[in-house]
Design a protein around this ligand. Structure first.
Ligand code: ISC
Length: 369
């Protein structure tokens, strides 16, 4: 791949960008480059924490194609990988969830997302586009992204964020805004009857609907000042990935001010309670106290053009690549009634998206299963 390549593969449309006109580690600089027209388009990744540097750039070239990304022929094979570290370990993750549940019981928090990561090591450098090709192939609708993280500074030289997120943070087309927040999860089964029963249980689960409602409430509160019309489905619907069922609520709106860009919108809603929690500040504090840096996991990845249109995905089901290693992350929402062992199992299933790319054994790579 070109040093600073970017791909966002979606079922409806793919953006491929390459070359570098300018890089932005600071969001204000990217916003002003779009406003002044010095950047026709900005692509890349926004970290989980607002105080960290972003990895945005204005590419030399970009092209849109309809449908998911078609990998170019001749990509190098993906090396085989194995897990060499888990952070936190499964038993530590359970303890973190127990601590967070105590904070929920004490009403310090209503919801918080607890995440963990696994480090995959390969015998050779991991070609980002080869990993992306595998993820797009494995995803039933062709979701996938690859973003060069080097604009975030020296510690991200030759690093890429690669993943297959099912969650649209925000999309802007003209004055129309849309998003599809997800929260609430059940593992899928290869047995169709069991799979259907799990989906039905998820849809009727009071605990999962409660967990989901925090995200919808947040989106409503954040988008209402920016939209003159907002349509939010009354009840969540089922949303499937190859590995999990989710609860999802489609939301559409009409902007009050056509000057509000897709990047402005992404920053207005990020980080949602699908990756952070409620109340927001208390959840962010709890995450910072209990977890190592999430980097770009649980951030946003996407693009915005000078007309203000764009699309940003929530950066989940992804890994940060560095040479021959990939750090894959997964998290889950903790609310009253969450069970620590179930939460660990949920992160294991979510890690399957990334791990399946490295080995047909997928999550069996994890010592915990
Ligand atoms: C935080 C993640 O998923 C979010 C998106 C969908 C469902 C979620 C859940 O049920 O907890 C999470 O909020 C992740 O995959 O790492």
């Amino acid at each position: 791949m070109d040093h600073a390549g970017f791909v966002l593969s979606r079922p409806h449309r793919t953006l491929v960008a390459s070359g570098v006109r300018a890089t932005y580690g600071d969001i204000t600089a990217a916003r002003s480059a779009l406003r002044t027209g010095s950047a026709p388009i900005v692509v890349g990744a926004i970290p989980f924490r607002a105080e960290d540097r972003c990895a945005l750039l204005s590419p030399e070239r970009h092209e849109f194609h309809s449908g998911p990304w078609q990998a170019p022929p001749g990509l190098p094979p993906l090396p085989h990988g194995r897990i060499v570290a888990e952070s936190p370990t499964p038993s530590e993750h359970i303890r973190v969830v127990e601590n967070l549940l105590a904070m929920v019981d004490a009403r310090v928090l209503e919801k918080v997302v607890a995440a963990r990561s696994v480090l995959v090591s390969c015998g050779a450098d991991i070609p980002p586009l080869s990993l992306l090709a595998r993820l797009v192939e494995l995803d039933h609708v062709g979701n996938g992204f690859c973003a060069d993280l080097s604009p975030a500074g020296a510690s991200y030289t030759n690093s890429y964020l690669v993943g297959a997120s099912p969650e649209t943070l925000i999309r802007r087309e003209g004055t129309t805004v849309s998003c599809w927040p997800l929260a609430g999860t059940a593992a899928r089964s290869t047995d169709p009857a069991v799979d259907e029963a799990r989906a039905a249980d998820l849809l009727s689960s009071v605990k999962n609907q409660h967990e989901h409602a925090f995200v919808v409430d947040w989106m409503r509160a954040r988008l209402t000042p920016l939209c003159r019309k907002l349509a939010i489905a009354d009840t969540p619907a089922l949303f499937a990935t190859p590995d999990v069922w989710h609860l999802g609520t489609p939301i559409t709106g009409e902007l009050r001010d056509s000057g509000t860009t897709a990047l402005d919108l992404a920053l207005a809603v990020h980080p949602t309670p699908a990756v952070c929690g409620t109340p927001h500040d208390a959840a962010m504090r709890a995450i910072n106290e209990h977890e190592a840096s999430r980097g770009f996991y649980a951030g946003a990845v996407g693009w915005c053009d000078a007309a203000g249109d764009g699309e940003w995905m929530v950066a989940i089901r992804c890994a940060e690549l560095r040479g021959n290693t990939a750090r894959a992350f997964a998290g889950g929402g903790i609310v009253r009634g969450s069970r620590p062992h179930d939460e660990l199992a949920e992160t294991t299933v979510k890690l399957r998206t990334l791990l399946s790319a490295f080995s047909a054994e997928g999550e069996k790579m994890l010592k915990t299963t």
